[in-house]
Write a protein that binds this ligand. Structure first.
Ligand code: NDP
Length: 588
């Protein structure tokens, strides 16, 4: 199919060629987990060295692991359900989750603040801008913890060593790196899908003698400045940044402003639509009626999952992309798919035009163009990123889809050319591997009979609704495969928090000692999520990334994928299931 301006065959061929280059890059695509000699990349730069604290031993009704917006919403909903006896534990030094760790310059959220920042109505808080910046969100998390009196329940800078089910006491026994022993009736895991930082397995990575860190452990002692910028200590430094994902797109304008020279090492160009940022209009905010936030979140989620709404309340780049391009689900007929593809080509052509109009150097503009469909990579809405490449002190080093060849003592090698660097920043993202909870979380879970979750799931995940797994009683896992996440992650986490709090309340109200999915219910759920694919056809055509299991969307994907349908419908289904008395649980 050809329209006057778009040669669809040529575009499809170009997309495929670009994807194939990346699929066949071999080891250059591999990542390493920061353990052993790389363990220092995980150290927390935001806290002073820790004074030793004595180990604690305690018995609580609920242990909440993770103190980000997932765990915090769990805490609030537990309190609303009348559950007071709980402990919140996190390896971080404070509340905030990803906003605790990610403090890089330019950090901000490009989901609208009015739907992203949870519990705004309860907090009586008006975000200052349509897209809140990291420091505001992080402060909001701490204010939320103050308001709901969560600090006295928190145990920070504490890593779980393992979770072990004690059959006789019907308790989880949770041990930590501080020698703590916490016995809990119920455990909720809200440890986040983007928490385990990932380093690229580039040959020679360990030999670099300059300064190096990952974006989620930003070293302001070295760069100067803060999350708002002002990186004055980089004035005489040659800085390299690896990666051009959502994090890098936000940090690069600041690095470009301050570094003596900045080299951006790009493997796959990001899609960079317009951001259209603006401060909140207090007059408008005053007009919002009680219940507005849930309504706005749902309106956004329905539009993003292909549903119809009378009005687009958020009306931003996310909803514009979904409403103009459509949803790439496998259930489309060939005609619908072709029509959707045409709209996708048009949309992406618009992004490529924006690059031509913004970036002055032709070769750099060409190299910055993304050649894949709109839903293949997360859009990185920004209005200063592309302009940064017009600076004389900024060089885009395009690796042709392959990645950096080698790291040496003094720099990075691409195409046989060594770029000398004083500082190397890894904006290489996080381990998204849903199939391996233990590697993502850094601890193992041993259920009934001492069986580990890793062993139970070695042939593929088995859950009911993604939340619970047979053999692991009284345990709920948030944002897990086979469940549903919303593009606005805090919305999905809020739904999950209600789910968990209601389960605990149900157990209280009905004197339930233990719950877990029945064998039949778990089998039926796994069958349900694996019998239907959601967007595998689309993902197969995509350039590799964490959206499509790094280019292998069918490999265990059915089983490790999220719920194959609209998350909004999933949340409604969970509500009905709870109202029906949680029928698929076996209880004692
Ligand atoms: P990503 O995984 O999205 O990006 C990692 C980047 O590193 C990619 O550009 C990747 O290239 C590149 N890379 C990896 N290995 C190499 C290598 N060997 N050589 C060269 N390049 C390499 O991580 P981010 O931290 O950017 O983002 C993670 C997620 O965090 C986002 O998707 C989003 O969900 C969230 N986030 C949200 C933000 C927001 O709201 N604005 C801001 C920041 C993060 P390739 O594409 O080829 O794989």
């Amino acid at each position: 199919m050809n329209t006057p301006d778009i040669d669809t065959e040529a575009l499809a061929a170009r997309y495929r060629e670009e994807r194939d280059k990346r699929l066949h890059r071999g080891n250059l695509g591999a990542y390493l987990t920061p353990t052993g000699r790389f363990a220092h990349y995980l150290e927390d730069p935001y806290v002073d060295p820790e004074p030793p604290r004595p180990p604690i031993q305690e018995d609580v009704e609920v242990l909440q692991i993770g103190a980000g917006f997932g765990g915090m919403q769990v805490a609030v909903h537990l309190l609303k359900a009348g559950v007071e006896d709980f402990r919140i534990l996190d390896r971080a030094g404070d509340f905030g989750g990803v906003w605790y760790w990610n403090r890089y310059p330019g950090v901000a959220c490009d989901i609208e603040s009015y739907i992203y920042m949870p519990l705004l109505e309860e907090m009586g808080y008006m975000p200052s801008e349509k897209y809140a910046r990291g420091p505001e969100i992080f402060k909001y998390a701490r204010d939320l913890a103050e308001k709901f009196d969560l600090y006295r329940r928190a145990l920070f800078r504490t890593e779980v060593s393992e979770l072990r089910w004690d059959e006789s006491a019907a308790r989880w026994v949770v041990t930590t790196d501080h020698g703590d022993v916490i016995r809990a009736r119920f455990v909720n895991l809200a440890t986040g899908p983007l928490q385990r930082l990932r380093l690229p397995a580039i040959p020679g990575i360990e030999t670099f003698k300059g300064h190096a860190f990952h974006t989620s452990r930003w070293d302001y002692a070295y760069t100067g400045g803060d999350a708002h910028g002002g990186l004055e200590k980089l004035k005489d430094k040659r800085v390299g940044i690896i990666g051009t994902g959502a994090t890098a797109v936000q940090a690069i304008p600041h690095l470009g402003e301050w570094a003596k020279h900045l080299y951006v090492f790009q493997r796959t160009p990001a899609p960079v639509p317009v951001r259209n940022h603006k401060p909140t209009d207090p007059e408008w905010f005053k007009t919002l009626k009680p219940g507005w936030q849930k309504h706005r979140m749902e309106n956004f989620n329905i539009l993003l999952t292909g549903g119809e709404q009378d009005e687009d309340l958020v009306a931003d780049g996310w909803t514009e992309q979904k409403t103009s391009v459509g949803i790439a689900v496998d259930s489309l007929s060939p005609e619908e798919a072709a029509e959707r593809q045409l709209r996708d080509f048009e949309y992406m052509e618009g992004l490529r035009r924006r690059i031509d109009e913004t970036v002055k150097d032709r070769a750099t503009a060409e190299a910055l163009k993304p050649w894949y469909n709109a839903g293949c990579k997360r859009p990185c809405f920004h209005d200063e990123y592309l302009q940064t490449f017009n600076r004389p002190n900024v060089t885009l080093v395009d690796t042709g889809g392959l990645g950096i060849e080698r790291i040496t003592e003094t720099g990075a090698v691409v195409g046989g050319v060594e770029y000398e660097l004083d500082c190397l920043i890894y904006a290489t993202g996080f381990d998204f591997n849903a199939g391996n909870m233990a590697s993502r979380n850094g601890f193992e879970i041993y259920g009934r009979g001492g069986v580990s979750l890793t062993d139970k799931w070695k042939g593929g995940i088995a859950t009911l609704h993604g939340f619970t797994s047979r053999g692991f009683p009284n345990l709920v896992i948030q944002a897990n495969a086979q469940g549903a996440v919303a593009s606005n992650i805090t919305h999905g986490l809020g739904e999950g928090a209600v789910h968990f709090a209601q389960i605990v309340k149900h157990c209280r109200d009905h004197q339930v000692r233990t719950f877990e999915p029945s064998e039949a219910a778990e089998r039926a759920w796994v069958e349900r999520v694996t019998s239907r694919t959601y967007r595998t056809n689309h993902d197969q055509e995509c350039t590799p990334g964490y959206y499509n299991n790094e280019g292998a969307p069918t490999e265990g994907a059915g089983i490790n994928a999220f719920y194959p349908g609209s998350s909004q419908r999933f949340f409604q289904m969970m509500e009905r299931w709870r109202a029906n008395g949680m029928p698929d649980f076996e209880v004692s």
